[in-house]
Design a protein around this ligand. Structure first.
Ligand SMILES: C[S@@+](CC[C@H](N)C(=O)[O-])C[C@H]1O[C@@H](n2cnc3c(N)ncnc32)[C@H](O)[C@@H]1O
Length: 315
């Protein structure tokens, strides 16, 4: 039997008993309405939903329909596409974006920082050829694990006690995940991804109502700032340059036109010898103007770069 107060469409369908008594009503979409969402989402985010993503669209927007008491995606489109509906469009983007992430995801990039990049920066700083100020940008940071991983790496290996001033900027289009990032509280299971010495030094264990959770220490939190930034927008509200930009597992959702536009803009924020990291399942074929490849997923700003050479290591 459906729980009291449930809409008749919820959980009353014949298949509802199978997995959950709270199953969403079946949401479907016609080809023409799908195309309207495809365009709207593309213009708002640069994310291109191919025709194979109809089930994803329906699944991810079902909750918005339920909350608004709407019965079809066609009605929802009329509501969300209204020019004044900024807030609802933000909620639609929160629902549509894929925010999967982990601490120290794709560990080879962190090993590369440790064994190649940090020693180079240290050597250049010792020779007076670069400052000890380091800024890294996690562009498309989701709930913050990537930004905090970078901050932990720098706190441990480029410490303030040796004159380093390190900062990480985390940005994302989704306000929902940015809220989680600022809170800096994660499930205890995330600790499996964090090296044990970092876990001991930079994570607090939750008690009472926070049982089963961990929280990033203040020391690390104060190195990281989170802001909303839509990579597809024409102007980024940012000053200065970054020594490295991590834009991993973000461009994979963009078509080539958005990818070219975004990479072109990100490169402008790279310091002369700055590094650009993409995810292991991504490539920049045809869109790497301004960058030189050091390995499959690591690029360097195309200024004269004498210290970080191409690497045959698989990164
Ligand atoms: C799969 S997560 C990747 C998180 C992290 N970089 C990693 O590799 O683990 C992709 C993130 O990109 C964000 N994103 C998608 N389109 C964006 C856009 N136009 N501007 C900024 N962020 C965007 C999503 O909200 C999502 O949190």
């Amino acid at each position: 039997m459906a729980p009291t107060g449930t809409r008749t469409t919820e959980a009353s369908a014949p298949h509802a008993q199978s997995r959950s008594r709270w199953k969403s009503p079946e949401v479907t979409v016609s080809a023409s309405v799908f195309r309207k969402f495809q365009q709207l989402i593309y213009c708002e985010t640069g994310i291109w939903l191919s025709e194979s993503k109809t089930a994803l669209l329906c699944g991810r927007l079902a909750r918005r329909l339920r909350i608004l008491g709407l019965s079809s995606l066609s009605e929802y489109y009329e509501a969300v596409a209204e020019p004044g509906q900024h807030h609802e469009r933000m909620l639609m983007i929160d629902a549509i974006t894929t925010n999967e992430t982990r601490f120290f995801r794709e560990p080879k990039h962190f090993e590369y920082l440790l064994h190649t990049v940090f020693p180079t920066w240290r050597k250049l700083a010792d020779q007076g050829l670069r400052s000890r100020r380091v800024r890294i940008w996690s562009a498309g940071c989701s709930s913050g694990e990537e930004a905090y991983s970078l901050a932990m790496m720098m706190a441990a290996h480029l410490p303030e006690s040796e004159g380093w001033q390190t900062r990480v900027l985390g940005t994302d289009i989704s306000t929902r995940v940015l809220g989680m990032a600022r809170e800096a509280i994660y499930r205890m299971t995330s600790s499996l991804d964090i090296p044990p010495d970092f876990l001991r030094s930079f994570m607090l264990k939750g008690h009472a109502e926070h049982q089963g959770e961990i929280k990033v220490t203040r020391e690390i939190r104060q190195l990281v700032e989170f802001n909303r930034l839509n990579l597809i927008e024409d102007a980024y509200p940012l000053d200065g340059h970054f020594d490295a930009i991590f834009c991993r597992n973000v461009l994979i959702y963009f078509d080539n036109a958005s990818k070219t536009k975004v990479v072109g803009k990100l490169v402008r924020y790279l310091a002369p010898q700055g590094l650009f990291f993409i995810g292991h399942a991504e490539n920049l074929h045809g869109v790497i103007r301004g960058l030189r490849s050091l390995s499959g997923t690591v690029y360097v700003h195309k200024t004269e770069q004498k210290d970080l050479q191409e690497t045959s290591a698989s990164l």
